[in-house]
Design a protein around this ligand. Structure first.
Ligand SMILES: [Cu+2]
Length: 373
């Protein structure tokens, strides 16, 4: 409907002087009524169109490329780690409980959101948004010039070495290695941070403070679980998790045909009976990474979730015309829940503006603006 042409014709054909002489009053009334109705419709349609087609997000001309940790140069690896340390020196900007540093802000956001962002349809979109705002903070607040790297643990499993030998655990150009060994370590701190459903997991050695690398002196304030405790970063690298992180597991995910199957197979317990790549990866590093709430306290969280985001991206890339719109799952773990759609809003509290799932579906769009390699 071309409103502008209608109004133009109306003005041309019925000038004020001529109109009163040539056109009967009932026709003036009728045409005025029709015009007002069209104008109102135009306003309504104009108001609704942008929000129903991803308001504010547009295609980037040159999306950045996110890469796997081991293909980065040592210089790029150091630059990333330096930026994370910078975020950890800056004061918190949120008023979330326990957050002292900018790094803590993101841990605290995850803690308070945990019950509403896991085992639900928006699990992957919410974490995509979290990674993106963390990446933006590294760039804008710490001068980072690269992109968020990811950790493809299936390469380590495929290589047949212990996970501890992965380049991500390098003491110089990685995130440091395992935690100090605590005999009879049985999961993180024995508090509310562990679900009984993963109680069968046999822990690896370690469990204490990370002793080498750039995060050996790293102090955490938020966690474990809902606790607010000043403490060191802990790990208990667990090779028993390798079976969940194999190249075959990654290949199996790619065969799934619907987002519903894909998201469940990727996320794992307690929806699935045993672990999958998401919870398998968390438990493979364990210590803080094994904490359902405060796992972003380990900077490796962002590399693990970066790979999960890539797996979703790869899956969408296989059939973008339908999969860029494929979204499903429940909004909450317990009833009453609604079905998640593209209009569902991803709440980052005071850390970043709320966006809809639609706005994060295509990573080539702003505010994401990245692809994977
Ligand atoms: Cu999470």
């Amino acid at each position: 409907m071309d409103i502008e042409n209608v109004s133009e014709k109306t003005q041309k054909n019925t000038g004020p002087v001529e109109r009163s002489r040539l056109v009967p009053p009932w026709l003036i009334f009728l045409s005025t009524a029709i015009f007002s109705t069209l104008l109102a419709l135009h306003t309504i349609v104009g108001f609704h169109t942008p929000s129903s087609s991803a308001a504010g997000s547009r295609l980037c001309t040159r999306p950045a490329i996110r890469r796997e940790w081991r293909v980065l140069s040592n210089e790029q690896q150091s630059e990333y780690i330096t930026a994370v340390q910078c975020l950890h020196r800056l004061p918190a900007m949120s008023n979330l409980q326990g957050a002292k540093t900018r790094f803590d802000d993101f841990v605290a956001l995850h803690v308070v959101s945990t019950e509403t962002i896991h085992n639900v349809g928006h699990f992957l979109p919410w974490h995509r948004r979290l990674l993106n705002i963390y990446e933006i903070s590294l760039r804008e607040e710490c001068g980072f010039r690269g992109t968020l790297p990811y950790w493809d643990w299936s390469q380590d499993v495929g290589a047949g070495h212990s996970l501890a030998e992965s380049p991500v655990f390098d003491p110089v150009y990685g995130f440091g290695g395992n935690g100090a060994d605590i005999p009879d370590y049985n999961g993180i701190f024995g508090n509310n941070s562990r679900k009984a459903s993963v109680g069968w997991v046999t822990p690896g050695a370690g469990g204490g403070c990370v002793t080498d690398g750039p995060f050996a002196e790293f102090m955490l304030s938020v966690g474990p679980g809902f606790n607010i405790t000043d403490r060191c970063l802990t790990r208990a690298i667990n090779d028993n998790m390798q079976e969940f992180l194999s190249p075959a597991r990654v290949a199996d995910l790619a065969l799934l045909m619907t987002f519903e199957e894909f998201r469940i197979e990727l996320e794992g317990t307690p929806i699935t009976p045993t672990l999958r790549v998401h919870d398998g990866g968390h438990n493979a590093v364990d210590g803080d990474m094994g904490d359902r709430y405060s796992s972003p306290g380990d900077p490796l969280f962002y590399l693990h979730h970066g790979f999960l985001d890539k797996l979703w991206w790869d899956w969408v890339e296989m059939d973008p015309s339908s999969r860029l719109e494929d979204m499903s799952g429940r909004s909450t773990v317990d009833p009453p829940y609604v079905d998640i759609t593209l209009d569902f809003e991803l709440n980052m509290m005071m850390l970043a503006p709320t966006v809809t799932i639609r706005e994060v579906m295509d990573t080539r769009n702003t505010p994401q603006c990245y692809i994977y390699e």
